[in-house]
Ligand binder design. Structure first.
Ligand code: ATP
Length: 280
């Protein structure tokens, strides 16, 4: 297999060091305790595990938002831990995040058009405002929102529509890698299916790599090529979705799978999720 696009090796993260002279000595118990992780180009990788197992911390470390005390993180072969601000600049466009709560990550005073057009201008994907607005319109259309949404504000949209904007804002920059952390957990099941269908289509179309953090194993099963199971800061098990859900190796993974409320009788739900759009 080709070299991974995103890779972490021996990752150790501990919170609570604070500042001060003896900060290093005061590091708390590690939240990640030697994690190896990789996402290849075009691959959607799930990260599951019980609350507090370190999923979000792993995601933050991959984007350089927390600094590990040991281990390495690389993106497209570049050692992220050795980068200064100038080194990060060209990478910021290429690594994007979709947040759980788009309401708190979208500027409430900006229209959807501005929220989408500004990053395109800022990162030089559009030479002028007119082109940026056209790009914004195209992306809105791609996530199934009507053209009129361009003049709306985040609070004027439904939760599902806002999450489509969150996805649009991530992909408008044509990134190589997207981190999605619990992005559908606040939505009802049918809206979840619509949002995930859009995401699945976009990753396939754009050849996007994605790390998809979720506590919902049935969603991960339907969406992800490969899965990491986290437990108390380590990778308990890793495998293709097919193998891991069919024949889990560890008792912990089996327990998580057994805890899925009802076995999905219809594995095709994700493909058909976009049938009833809430885009109006
Ligand atoms: N900023 C922080 N400062 C201190 N401790 C933190 C911080 N962020 C997370 N933690 C702790 O690190 C551990 C792992 O948290 P993390 O959010 O990575 O887990 P998670 O698997 O994503 O959990 P959840 O599914 O509940 O979001 C938890 O014990 C949490 O309390």
């Amino acid at each position: 297999m080709s070299a991974p696009l995103v890779a972490a090796r021996g990752l150790v993260v501990a919170y609570g060091g604070g500042g001060g002279l003896f900060a290093r000595r005061r590091l708390g118990v590690p939240v990640l305790r030697g994690v190896d992780f990789a996402v290849h180009r075009g691959e959607t990788v799930g990260v599951v595990g019980e609350s507090g197992s370190g999923k979000s911390t792993l995601g933050r470390a991959l984007l350089g938002l927390v600094r590990p005390v040991a281990g390495t993180v690389s993106f497209d072969g570049i050692d992220l831990l050795g980068l200064d601000e100038a080194g990060w600049r060209p990478l910021r466009r290429r690594m994007q995040m979709i947040f759980q709560d788009p309401m708190s990550s979208l500027n409430p005073r900006h229209t959807i058009g501005r929220i989408l057009a500004e990053p395109a201008l800022l990162h030089g994907l559009a030479p002028d405002r007119h082109t940026a607005e056209r790009i914004a319109g195209d992306v809105l259309d791609r996530v199934g929102l009507p053209a009129a949404a361009i003049d709306r504000y985040p609070h004027e949209l439904s939760g599902g529509q806002r999450q489509r904007v969150g996805i649009a804002r991530a992909v408008v920059l044509r990134p190589d890698f997207v981190l999605a952390d619990e992005i559908v957990s606040g939505l009802d099941v049918s809206t979840q299916a619509q949002v995930l269908t859009i995401l699945k289509g976009l990753t396939a179309e754009m050849g996007l790599a994605m790390a998809f953090i979720s506590h919902d194993l049935s969603v991960v099963r339907a969406l992800c090529d490969r899965v990491y199971v986290m437990r108390a800061g380590i990778v308990e098990e890793e495998g293709t979705s097919e193998a891991l859900f069919r024949t889990p190796k560890s008792a912990y993974t089996r327990m998580l799978i057994d805890a899925i409320p009802l076995p999905d009788p219809d594995p095709g739900w994700l493909e058909r999720g976009a049938v009833s759009e809430d885009a109006a």
